[in-house]
Design a binder for this molecule. Structure first.
Ligand code: IPE
Ligand code: IPE
Ligand code: MG
Length: 247
């Protein structure tokens, strides 16, 4: 049986997050420029978005560009931003045809004007779509997000809008970029690296982690369904005992 047919539709991750890594190494292995790796990486994005919509994952979040990625060579950063603009232009139709809403998290003001404008445009034009929320993490860093959150809450305390006693997990959640998203259930990272690289540190507190050697441009729907199948075979205990869960 194909991995897709083995999936339990009632136990899909509600929020799937992916660290799309390995574009550069994919290109290098083939003797190509890194830019070609990124271009093929964007094709994998389409494949995986489609796969998630097909099986009914309601929230998909993709790590597309980190706060640390600004430190890459200027030319590569420019290329990635150009690729973002062209992909947004190209994919808006597909997003609307498939009822997918685009969302973005990160320090979006740091994006070049053109990329920022295109992004806001697609977010606006897909805002009424209901089937799935696709969130792009752009100029995203979890520490930056948490710092911003602390600043905003401190300011509210200073202005007597909230008392320190009332600060709880919900208040913190409501100040994160991810305020409208549920906690991450499954986090996938491709390319063999086993690290988080400043991605959704608060939100993955109880996520299942899945690492695969496959490089991002090679990542297919079948790989995705295998990862979800693996997730479905795990027992999420949330601190309890296995016996408690069976009761
Ligand atoms: C992921 O691929 C894409 C981005 C981080 C933008 P990489 O560009 O990190 O590829 P590797 O890790 O060098 O192979
Ligand atoms: C993480 O990948 C960021 C994205 C996938 C956008 P990197 O390739 O930048 O991560 P490190 O630097 O190897 O940890
Ligand atoms: Mg990388």
């Amino acid at each position: 049986m194909e991995p897709k047919d083995q999936l339990d539709k009632d136990r899909l991750p509600q929020h799937l997050a992916i660290i799309m890594d390995g574009n550069g190494r994919w290109a290098k292995q083939k003797g190509l420029f890194r830019s070609i790796g990124h271009e093929n990486g964007s094709k994998a994005v389409r494949e995986i978005v489609e796969g998630c919509a097909e099986i009914g994952v309601p929230f998909l979040t993709l790590y597309a560009f980190s706060t640390e990625n600004w430190n890459r060579p200027k030319l590569e950063v420019e290329l990635l931003m150009k690729l973002l603009v062209s992909s947004l232009k190209k994919e808006i139709k597909t997003l609307n045809n498939n009822d997918i809403k685009l969302n973005a998290i990160g320090n979006l003001d740091a994006l070049p004007k053109k990329a920022h404008k295109e992004l806001m445009d697609v977010i606006d034009k897909t805002k009424n779509n209901k089937r799935m929320t696709l969130t792009l993490a752009l100029s995203y860093g979890s520490r930056e997000e948490i710092t911003k959150t602390i600043k905003e809450i401190s300011l509210k305390v200073k202005n007597n809008l909230i008392s320190p006693h009332d600060i709880d997990e919900t208040v913190i959640n409501n100040h994160l970029y991810t305020q409208n998203l549920p906690d991450v259930d499954l986090l996938i990272r491709t390319s063999g690296e086993q690290r988080i690289s400043n991605f959704l540190l608060w939100q993955i507190a109880y996520a299942e982690l899945y690492f695969t050697e496959t490089l991002w441009p090679d990542y297919t729907k079948n790989h995705l369904f295998e990862a979800i199948l693996n997730y479905q075979n795990r027992e999420r205990r949330f601190g309890k005992t296995s016996e408690q869960l069976k009761q």
